[in-house]
Design a protein around this ligand. Sequence first.
Ligand code: DQQ
Length: 610
Amino acid sequence: MVLPNILAVLALVCVLSKNGVEASHKIYPRFQTLNVENVKQLHRTGYHFQPPKHWINDPNGKPIQQEHDRFHGLQFFQINPDFDCFMCVNWFVRAAPMYYKGLYHLFYQYNPKGAVWGNIVWAHSVSKDLINWESLEPAIYPSKWFDNYGCWSGSATVLPNGGPVIFYTGIVDEHNSQIQNYAVPANLSDPYLRKWVKPDDNPIVNPDASVNGSAFRDPTTAWWAEGHWKILVGSRRKHRGVAYLYKSRDFKKWVKAKHPLHSVQGTGMWECPDFFPVSLSGEKGLDPSVMGQNVKHVLKVSLDMTRYEYYTLGTYDKKKDRYFPDEGLVDGWAGLRLDYGNFYASKTFYDPSTNRRILWGWANESDAVQQDKDKGWAGIQLIPRKVWLDPSGKQLLQWPVAELEKLRGHTIQLSHQKLNQGDHVEVKVTTAAQADVDVTFSFPSLDKAEPFDPKWAKLDALDVCAQKGSKAPGGLGPFGLLTLASEKLEEFTPVFFRVFKAADKHKVLLCSDARSSSLGEGLYKPSFAGFVDVDLTDKKLSLRSLIDHSVVESFGAGGRIAITSRVYPTTAVFEKARLFVFNNGSETITVESLNAWSMNKPVMNVPVKS
Ligand code: DQQ
């Protein structure tokens, strides 16, 4: 964990030198209100969510479910006596007006005036399928004393009386002093929820004297337990990351609990906490208020100091309002990650129309801020992912939502393709810059796996990837995909496996290495990587990569690991981009099966007709 440690120290110095006032995002005052005239199309994504121009960050709120599906929900809880959820039943019985004609609502942090962070509002788009998006006017923007300096991140909760309520962080002065507010729809009969009202009895939560008021933000979705609604607010006490817990009987008067739900020394500010139950069996998602024996809880935090996230699985003691991570899990920098690449401020929600829990994450740019200003846009939302608990109970699994497959067009297939050391074989998909690739590799044995250097145990996987890379010959691997590649491989983003033999077991590294992604200058090109806990008995490894002009979002070993890279090729663009499978290891690899689809463009940013 060399990198996070260095980053942690640098970030702490930075925070302390600002007298503890935290801004969370870098501030470029001269670019903040430069309205963009010409948006550059190069590197804009084809099927990932982006507004037409300017800066975006955190996905906020949560989608609203489809009308007919409340009955599925009710049935689910009634036939599942293992789940203890008194309010859930009431919730669904009294749910009638809270479903908005089958629309998912995405709220996200947005600068309406420029391509860098600033002037933050809650922008708002709606979708019937999580893939095609229509746009609306911003739902929440600074307009009252309690949010005049900014409307930062938060969440939505759907109440038993049928109304969604948004909790968000209001910034009240130029020192970034933070309080928690609420907003409600002006007209519950409008399925688009166009207008939101911020009642005058705001804020709902003020930091008391024991709380650091400039590090106190991002309220979670509420859950119901032991006669109270509960939410978390992210914070820090000196260097300790904290998730404060607030309780309410009526959703209006909120009181701080005696103890935080959880806190960890040395992790710094916890942004965008997310706390949710997962079922111990199967892939179905759960409403936030579901508890009981067949449930485990997940606590995810976004670490401002490293700009990475980590999560633990554990037990929620609803009486004591404490969360205990499972033994053996790392509760800190080196913990499990939802994504080992460019992925931050993520948020999950329960979608009862399909009984899934869905995860949204934001990927920022990896180019220079001047380049963002010139191209007129910055930031994308990643493809929503279904998340559920691995049968081992030791990690989460993730997969892009099935609706994405509607965009698949022309397909190229490979099967039983042998790859000897040094081979790279082109996959002639029509649009290699905008594609979905799903491949399974196999190998005859594990014998040629290289030894795992014990010194690497102390390193971040990213550093191991930087040492070994995709070009250096290996034993079992490196093998995988060369995405966004130019014809002669002057530019390419390899996504690949390397298998090592450690003292007691094999270790599988998945890398998404941006170092060779571009001949351009001023870019951040990290060798993102993670180790995958996967059973190699069947001698197969699978990889799915969503390639979209300047993003490569990859899922290894059936969703046991995800890594996102942002890259900016100069020649491997549009129709000049190519896709290859490759192997630089001495063990022969077989492409058992490969499907590569050209991806069509969804509807994006079409204004909802009034
Ligand atoms: N972004 C928001 C904050 C949050 C941060 C401000 C995370 O509320 O902590 O735009 O990216």
